[in-house]
Design a protein around this ligand. Structure first.
Ligand SMILES: [Zn+2]
Ligand SMILES: [Zn+2]
Ligand SMILES: [Zn+2]
Ligand SMILES: [Zn+2]
Ligand SMILES: [Zn+2]
Length: 275
């Protein structure tokens, strides 16, 4: 929708009017047939039509272009009254700067700046509204540090508020202490479990070593026994050799061809046995 022609001061060239709404072009676009329209007007027209609303020539949205430069200049220089002229704003400015004015126009209705306040006031009346706005918040004048809404200022009690806050802080602190305690406990627990495990491991190692030691002792004892037996055998062997040697001279006195019966093979046998 374009700007109401009534709002303009002075003559407005007909070429600056929208072919759809017949008001002054707002965000204008131009068709190849040279007809111009507001962006919003032609966009909604082309939803149901495929032609220029003025001359019925075929028209596609993709062929729309910005307005000719000289027309744009003419348009932006048009003098227009503020949209709030009905409320009392007598500002007249060129179309180009209209939005800048309207953004700051003292007659524009705006929402109250207090959070939650549903009141709409003229920009110029905001300050006085804020003085009595029920949703305006400010720091407690007694200095407790709380932010108060004007509505519940009368019921505000600094001591009660601070007590509540203190309770909350205390609960929070207790919670934290409990949390730390639980964490420490669980850490200790896991260390304890670890120690028990280690202890049983060491015990089994000790048992293992004991077994090894007793096996070694057994071996040592067996070895000692074996050596003793060997020494005894050695001794026996020596005694037998000694005995043999003491038998040798008797042999010489006897007839060589007549060995003592039953004794002829004995020395060799004995030697074999000992060795
Ligand atoms: Zn229009
Ligand atoms: Zn046309
Ligand atoms: Zn204004
Ligand atoms: Zn308010
Ligand atoms: Zn207070």
């Amino acid at each position: 929708m374009g700007y109401d022609l009534e709002r303009f001061v002075g003559y407005v060239n007909e070429g600056l009017l929208c072919c759809v709404c017949r008001d002054v072009l707002e965000r204008p676009l131009q068709a190849p047939c040279e007809h111009a329209y507001c962006d919003a007007c032609i966009s909604s027209w082309l939803i149901h039509h495929h032609s220029c609303p003025e001359d019925r020539l075929p028209l596609d949205i993709s062929t729309l272009r910005p307005l000719h430069r000289y027309m744009r200049n003419d348009l932006s220089r048009l003098q227009i009254r503020c949209v709030n002229s009905g409320q009392g704003c007598d500002a007249v400015c060129c179309l180009e700067t209209l939005h800048t004015h309207e953004d700051e126009c003292p007659f524009t209705f705006i929402s109250c700046s207090s959070t939650g306040c549903p009141v709409q006031v003229e920009r110029r009346g905001l300050e006085s509204h804020l003085l009595e706005c029920e949703f305006r918040s400010r720091a407690c004048p007694s200095g407790c540090g709380h932010t108060l809404l004007s509505v519940d200022q009368s019921q505000h009690n600094c001591v009660a508020e601070l007590r509540t806050e203190l309770e909350l802080l205390r609960a929070e602190m207790l919670g934290k202490v409990e949390e730390v305690r639980r964490e420490m406990e669980s850490r200790l627990d896991s260390q304890r479990r670890h120690m028990v495990q280690k202890e049983s491991m060491l015990k089994s190692e000790v048992e293992d070593l004991k077994g090894q030691v007793s096996r070694v002792m057994c071996d040592v004892r067996a070895e000692r026994l074996r050596r003793q037996e060997l020494a005894e055998a050695e001794l026996e062997k020596r005694e037998l050799l000694e005995m043999l040697r003491s038998l040798q001279p008797c042999r010489g006195q006897r007839n060589r061809d007549e060995p003592i019966r039953g004794l002829e093979n004995q020395p060799a046998e004995i030697l074999n046995k000992v060795c």
